[in-house]
Design a protein around this ligand. Structure first.
Ligand code: G16
Length: 539
């Protein structure tokens, strides 16, 4: 390690005095102007992680679902997964080190993790539309520690995860190029939709709100590869309008209304990506003009029921599990467990937790209610299905072939709006389901999500997959008392790991009750957890 060079270059990416940040739900997120030093230091850390794992490591620079003034960075581990928890701690330490302590912290990490500093390092970098200058700072960090790198430039976050996975599996998962990604997914999609007997316009067209983010660019590049099976009409494509502003998956899910800039006729199928295209939600307007949201829970239900049906046709009994978080609508959990007879597990928020749990099953389907998720297939399952697709007879072989293509269509490295969209479109066409029929699988319990500003959100700590608040004292008791006032109700609070807010979730038997409950819980947070600014207002 050339400590002199590190000190010299680090000074060019100086840390603002007193700034403390934490590697949160999905990496570091804060105002873009406070992130230059973090980018440089994550370049350094990626090199150490690459040396330790003897693998390619990814660094994604993205504001994701956050407002345009924010930005963020996350590291991608060898199999395309989120960074291991022990390295998240190193990331936090390194990001917060004062200039004079940088060398010591780097040496500490190298010693603790037994990093062989002589080992070569390779880092791949991607960025969304918000982040060109910041990704250059990552490159500065990589090069000063002697790492090699490949800068993919503009990519969606899940595309970078895919590239890392491909590179570390010797190309077995796919080609680590953007064409490789487009071809792999589109081939599987076109093969699947060829089998669909329902191929009218209704099944072939979809309106996509791209949150004014990278998804628009990538979908435009990709659409001609799959246009045989689906035609997409893009909105909020970044030509005007701000990133994630009044549009995108996070806006649609949390406000439960359509994005601006999209005209929706009744019963038209529409979806929204978030800014870096790792989340997707669907929606439509019914004949009376009512808005219907189809969130990650219903996506997981559609996917897991389709996979289960295929397994029954093939005659395979594999263990399928669905992983959700506390935000999952109570109706979805009941439907999955009681009607579909699929085991459901709850983890903390953050796809890193869901992904990890989903790996325990032959087939693990995980989705956050906000539309972030995918399905994972164990290597043994993939092999079994490949063999079945060659050996079985007629009807069974057809089902096995479909499953083989569905496996190829999922991005198994990370939740991916483009991949999920194609999976959903293929399933709807194959099953001949309209968006209304899909929506009618079960009725969501009315719910409301709110944000509360507090001086320091770390005063709230939680347990039981974030469903119970441990601190501050009295908060959970207050929530319990409020919940008792409403029917079919549930509420929880947790500090966000991507925004400086406390999130409040409530559900109940009517929208009015869910709204009241969410408001009352917000007031309890404001009073007991050090609220700042204006008190939460009703409605
Ligand atoms: C990220 C994570 C998601 C998480 C979301 C909100 O999404 O990847 O798993 O649900 O943040 O997290 P929090 O409630 O802690 O702010 P994205 O799309 O911004 O990467």
């Amino acid at each position: 390690m050339d400590l002199g060079a590190i000190t010299k270059y680090s000074a060019l990416h100086a840390k603002p005095n007193g700034l403390i940040l934490q590697y949160g739900t999905a990496g570091f997120r804060t105002k873009a102007e406070h992130l230059d030093h973090v980018m440089f230091r994550m370049g350094l850390l990626a090199v150490l992680r690459s040396k330790q794992t003897k693998s390619t490591i990814g660094v994604m620079v993205t504001a994701s679902h956050n407002p345009e003034e924010d930005n963020g960075v996350k590291l991608v581990d060898p199999l395309g997964e989120m960074l291991a928890p022990s390295w998240e701690e190193h990331a936090t330490c390194l990001a917060n080190a004062e200039e004079q302590d940088m060398q010591r912290v780097l040496i500490d990490i190298s010693e603790k993790e037994a990093v062989n500093l002589q080992q070569d390092a390779f880092v791949v970098i991607g960025r969304d539309t918000s982040s060109e200058k910041l990704s250059q700072s990552v490159i500065d960090g990589v090069t000063v520690l002697g790492g090699q790198f490949h800068d993919y430039g503009l990519l969606t976050t899940p595309q970078l995860h895919y590239m890392v996975y491909c590179r570390n599996t010797g190309g077995r998962y796919g080609k680590a190029t953007i064409e490789g990604y487009y071809q792999k997914l589109s081939k599987a999609f076109v093969e699947l939709t060829k089998q669909a007997s329902c191929s009218g316009d209704e099944y072939r067209s979809l309106k996509v709100d791209c949150a004014n983010g990278i998804g628009a660019l990538k979908l435009r590049e990709m659409e001609h590869y799959f246009s045989q099976g689906l035609s997409v009409q893009l909105f909020n494509d970044g030509s005007k309008g701000k990133l994630n502003h009044l549009c995108g998956a996070d806006f649609v899910k949390s406000h439960q209304k359509p994005p601006q800039g999209m005209e929706i006729k009744s019963n038209e199928r529409c979806c929204s990506f978030d800014g870096d295209a790792d989340r997707i939600v669907y929606y439509y307007h019914d004949a009376d003009g009512h808005f219907h949201l189809i969130d990650g829970d219903k996506i997981a239900t559609l996917i897991s029921s389709f996979l289960k049906e295929l397994l029954v046709e093939i005659g395979e009994s594999l263990n399928i599990g669905v992983v959700q978080t506390a935000y999952a609508n109570g109706s979805s959990t009941r439907y999955l467990e009681e009607v579909m007879k699929v085991p459901v597990y709850c983890t903390k928020t953050g796809v890193k937790h869901l992904h990890h749990k989903a790996q325990e099953f032959d087939i693990g389907v995980y989705f956050e209610a906000n539309g972030h998720g995918t399905a994972l297939f164990s290597t043994a399952v993939e092999m079994k299905i490949k063999q079945s697709a060659e050996q079985l007879e007629d009807k069974k072989r057809k089902a096995a072939k479909m499953l083989e293509n569905i496996i190829d269509l999922f991005n198994q490295a990370a939740g991916d709006a483009i991949s999920d969209m194609l999976v959903i479109e293929a399933i709807l066409a194959l099953k001949g389901l309209t968006v209304q029929q899909w929506d009618a699988l079960y009725t969501d319990l009315p719910n409301r999500q709110l944000k509360v500003q507090v001086a320091d959100r770390r005063v709230i700590s939680t347990t039981d997959a974030e469903r119970q608040a441990v601190t501050p004292p009295g908060l959970q008791e207050a929530i319990n008392d409020l919940v008792k006032k409403y029917k079919l109700s549930r509420a929880f609070v947790r500090p966000s790991g991507t925004e400086d807010v406390v999130r409040v979730y409530a559900e109940a038997d009517s929208q009015e009750s869910a709204d009241h409950l969410a408001h009352e819980v917000s007031l309890a947070v404001f009073q007991l957890a050090g609220g700042i600014g204006e008190r939460p207002q009703p409605g």
